[in-house]
Write a protein that binds this ligand. Structure first.
Ligand code: NAP
Ligand code: MG
Length: 402
């Protein structure tokens, strides 16, 4: 069979540890045999990031802006232990943070549903995609311990020296204070990414805050979403037959639990942090969560939601075969290739992505899976495969279909 041709290169960001091992297997078994891959390759493995003083991460993000679509392998975010392990020149920032800052994007995380892995919430029959606003609030707060009686105020000093004050609290004993902030431009970008991704994926968009209690801060989030929706997206949503829905955060949580899924849930920073862990564990496994960074300008970067699976990698280094689940990384590739196919009008590439995903899910549904899924499946007598055997089983299924 002739290989599928591409027009525009896909930005390829290689990564670290076990996922780097999977990356190579996936390319060799599931991609290169079928696609004449055009990729603009960047090695974000920690050793090369260190060698280039992290310039490679910046370059990969800039290439993503240029070409529009990237696929990324999980990468190590250095900490003190990694500094020693890799003898790093400096403690580099998280690549995802660096890339997100350049693309100004929002991360959408969605579970991959498959027969045999039943969500803990019985009503969920479609994925729930979580979008987290990744700037500000408690994550950039200033905090203070108040030692004893006294007054705390918020003070804004304008550039011309004009001041505005508001009382936080008059303490009559020790206490705590926290000052949070956000930036309207960041909230607007978040809203635009959410509306654009809802249209792109043809799903309803839910957004929730605590606007009844926080009448200026959270209420502004609500107002910004509503204004942008009314001005720029309402028509397109109506044409696409999808809805934008705002409600209070506690009402949203209750509704999510009774829903059947199939929508995007946009969350403020803290809500997104907490709720994305709840959603991924209730759907089954972190190894089955995909993640896509979408910029307000329509640039896409696909990856798995999990990390580099360090514990498995150390076993791999000792010569053991591991049963690390490659599905989320496979879907990062198919997501990126499908998007490339859509943008460049290559129906074969879109069909390839659909078929490869189908083959992956059919493999699991037939009882062949990695250890993490075997532990939670309700299929009887699952056959636990190591990573490469599982990937080859997917390939066999794909070849059978085509
Ligand atoms: P992790 O790589 O997500 O793995 C945590 C645990 O989850 C694993 O030990 C494994 O459990 C299970 N797991 C995750 N993915 C799996 C898969 N595909 N198949 C089977 N099991 C899977 O998180 P971590 O160990 O905390 O972090 C390792 C490194 O990843 C860190 O250096 C961190 O900086 C980086 N990280 C990168 C990203 C990213 O690039 N997007 C995201 C998160 C973390 P068992 O050991 O019980 O089998
Ligand atoms: Mg978290």
């Amino acid at each position: 069979m002739a290989k599928i041709q591409m027009m525009t290169p896909l930005v390829e960001m290689d990564g670290d540890e076990m996922t780097r091992v999977l990356w190579k297997m996936i390319k060799e078994e599931l991609i290169l045999p079928f696609i004449d891959l055009k990729s603009d390759y960047y090695d974000l493995g920690l050793a090369y990031r260190d060698q280039t003083d992290d310039q490679v991460t910046v370059d990969s993000a800039k290439a993503t802006l240029k070409y529009g679509v990237a696929v990324k392998c999980a990468t190590i975010t250095p900490n003190a232990a990694r500094m020693k392990e890799y003898k790093l020149k400096q403690m580099y920032k998280s690549p995802n943070g660096t890339i997100r800052a350049i693309l100004d994007g929002t991360v959408f995380r969605a579970p991959i549903l498959v027969r045999g892995i039943t969500p803990n919430v019985k009503s969920w029959i479609k994925p729930i995609t979580i979008a987290r606003h990744a700037y500000g609030d408690v994550y950039k707060a200033s905090e203070m311990k108040i030692p004893g009686p006294g007054k705390v105020e918020l003070v804004y000093t304008a550039e011309d020296g004009h001041e505005e004050r508001t009382l936080v609290h008059t303490f009559d004993g020790p206490g705590l204070v926290q000052g949070q902030h956000n930036i309207l431009a960041s909230i607007e970008s978040f809203a635009r990414s959410c509306f654009a991704f809802a249209l792109d994926s043809r799903q309803d968009l839910w957004f929730a805050t605590k606007d009844t209690i926080s009448k200026q801060y959270d209420h502004s989030f609500k107002d910004i979403f509503q204004e942008i929706y009314d001005r720029d997206y309402r028509k397109a949503f109506e044409q696409a037959g999808i809805a934008y829905f705002y409600t209070l955060i506690d009402d949203a949580v209750a509704r999510v639990m009774k829903s059947e899924g199939g929508f995007i849930w946009a969350c403020k920073n803290y809500d997104g942090d907490v709720m994305s862990d709840m959603i991924s564990s209730a759907f089954g496994s972190l190894a089955m969560m995909t993640s896509v960074l979408v910029s307000p300008g329509g640039v896409y970067e696909y990856e798995a939601a999990h990390g580099t699976v360090q514990r498995h990698y150390y076993r791999y280094l000792k010569g053991e075969t591991t049963s690390t689940n490659p599905i989320a990384t496979v879907f990062a590739w198919t997501g990126a290739l499908r998007k490339r196919g859509e943008l460049d009008h290559i129906p074969d590439l879109v069909a390839y992505a659909d078929q490869m995903e189908k083959a992956s899910l059919a493999t699991i549904a037939s009882g062949k899976m990695t250890g993490d899924l075997a532990r939670i499946t309700d299929l009887r007598d699952p056959q636990v495969l190591d990573s490469i055997s599982f990937i080859r089983a997917i390939r066999a299924n794909y070849e059978k279909q085509n």
